[in-house]
Write a protein that binds this ligand. Structure first.
Ligand code: ADP
Length: 487
């Protein structure tokens, strides 16, 4: 059972899941590759189609402009020729003017270039009849020798002719293929870089989690010295903080259990030993002597009461710690309640000369947990009785705090007070003064801790003021409410 738990805590072999960094890496890489593939495809299509069509549109525009120039009777033949030459020179186009008879009027060449008849024939095929304003576009040649042609009907002076503008597409297609190859190589390079980056990123994101998980494993084995320090990104920093908090709380509860066991063992043992010792004395010595027997029996009863009180306090303290927030609040008359609690101390007033001086405003209503408020008041008054000075006097007051809608409950004693160092610890569990003191009410060291737990749960202000040699004042501020019950 134990080893099974450990295995689970360490996460070994229980679930067969891929590691976070592998999952992250897969997704990052897939994401990067898909983006790059899409960009590459788009760039292929754009480069392949739109660039060529853009060029053919440009050549067509040149053809249209040259058609206008050639047709214009106001432009002299020499200007026309220089314009035709200009385009041929700067725009990588070849321009011909072919007469109806098939002769080349422009350019005027001494030697007719090879294949020119074929070019003229193709033009005649695509635009067979001379018609004013008629044009045609076509491509010729194979994949290595592809040419775009624009042919239009023109009037060169008085004679009819055809203007042919040619633009070689193949070299451009070659350079596009070259560029596409570069794009492909760059895309592959980027994919490689994307893989590396995504791997590094996945490692960076998952490492702190692995780190924390290893430390949680140690904590599970009972090592409270582990420090959760990973703070590489905010979520992990927050998780580290929470784990540190959890570790502290587990440690506190672990310490509490050990301390509780030690204290309870000690506190229960003392009265039990006494009870056993006095019971034996009655059995062996004082059984027949009524006076002695009664004396010994009263010690047994006193110790049994002390034991019951201790058990009660331990129970209240544990319940409060386990169930903080579960308050059963209601509106009640605090003044009346206080008188009732003071009455419980009347036996001390009658038998041991204690005096409880009361200064209480009438009909002070508050909204709080009735039982737990009673516990607070009882604990504070019994402490004051226990620690008050030789005059055996305790002062209890309950006063309305004007303008603040609160009621201040105070208990003052005339004892030796609590020094500053001790004041820091009196609210802790099992803290007890080292001084031996004859106390009319037996203490357990839990009283003030119970007071603190209850008042913290209510969020009521409370505290202690003390002057050495003069006594202490313990106070609590209750909310003041009207006597109608709150829904
Ligand atoms: P105890 O059972 O010892 O009274 P408490 O939790 O009620 O336990 O109080 C804790 C310690 O606080 C006491 O042991 C004592 O040292 C100190 N203390 C509490 N009330 C007073 C007081 N009115 N005057 C002086 N010391 C006090």
């Amino acid at each position: 059972m134990k080893s099974e738990k450990r295995k689970g805590a360490k996460g070994k072999g229980k679930f067969r899941c891929p590691r976070t960094n592998v999952i992250l890496w897969r997704y990052f890489a897939l994401f990067a590759v898909s983006i790059i593939v899409v960009v590459t495809i788009v760039s292929y299509v754009v480069l392949g189609n739109s660039f060529i069509s853009q060029q053919t549109r440009r050549v067509k525009a040149i053809g249209q402009e040259l058609t206008q120039i050639v047709n214009d009777p106001d432009v002299s033949p020499s200007v026309k020729e220089s314009k035709l030459g200009e385009y041929a020179l700067f725009d990588n186009v070849t321009v011909f003017i072919i007469g109806e008879d098939g002769n080349i009027y422009y350019p005027r060449l001494l030697v007719v270039p090879e294949g020119i008849e074929e070019v003229a024939r193709e033009a005649a095929q695509h635009l067979p009849v001379w018609e004013k304003g008629a044009t045609a576009e076509y491509t010729t040649g194979d994949s290595e020798n592809r040419t775009y042609n624009y042919v239009s009907c023109v009037r060169d002076g008085s004679s009819r002719a055809k203007l042919l503008v040619r633009f070689p597409i193949s070299p451009m297609a070659d350079s596009i293929t070259q560029t596409q190859l570069y794009v492909l190589l760059i895309a592959l390079g980027i994919i490689l870089v994307a893989f590396l980056i995504s791997y590094t990123l996945a490692e960076k994101l998952s490492r702190p989690i692995r780190d924390l998980s290893a430390k949680v494993g140690k904590l599970a084995e009972g090592d409270f010295s582990v420090q959760f320090t990973s703070a590489e990104y905010s979520e992990v920093a927050k998780l580290s903080d929470n784990l540190n908090y959890m570790r502290d709380e587990i440690k506190k509860s672990d310490d509490f259990q050990k301390e509780l066991l030690a204290n309870v063992t000690h506190d229960l043992k003392t009265p039990l030993t006494m009870i056993k010792a006095y019971a034996s004395m009655i059995q062996e010595i004082s059984g027949d002597n009524p006076e002695k027997r009664n004396k010994h029996l009263s010690v047994i009863i006193e110790e049994a009461d002390r034991l019951a009180g201790l058990v009660d306090d331990i129970l209240i303290s544990s319940k409060m710690r386990a169930g903080i927030g579960q308050l059963n609040k209601k509106v009640f008359n605090l003044t009346e309640y206080l008188y009732g609690i003071i009455a419980k101390f009347s036996y001390l007033q009658e038998t041991q000369g204690y005096r409880i001086m009361v200064d209480v405003d009438p009909n002070m209503y508050t909204f709080a947990d009735y039982e737990k408020t009673g516990q607070v008041i009882y604990n504070l008054i019994s402490n004051a009785v226990n620690y008050t000075g030789a005059d055996k006097t305790v002062y209890v007051s309950l006063k309305y705090m004007a303008g603040e809608d609160r009621i201040k409950f105070s208990v003052r004693d005339t004892g030796k007070g609590i020094d500053e160092e001790e004041r820091k610890h009196i609210w802790e569990r099992y803290y007890r003064s080292k001084d031996s003191h004859t106390r009319p009410v037996k203490g357990t060291g839990l009283g003030l801790n119970i007071v603190k737990l209850i008042l913290d749960a209510h969020s009521f202000a409370f505290g202690v003021l003390s002057e050495e040699g003069k006594g202490s004042v313990f106070y609590v501020e209750f909310p003041f409410v009207s006597p109608t019950p709150v829904a």
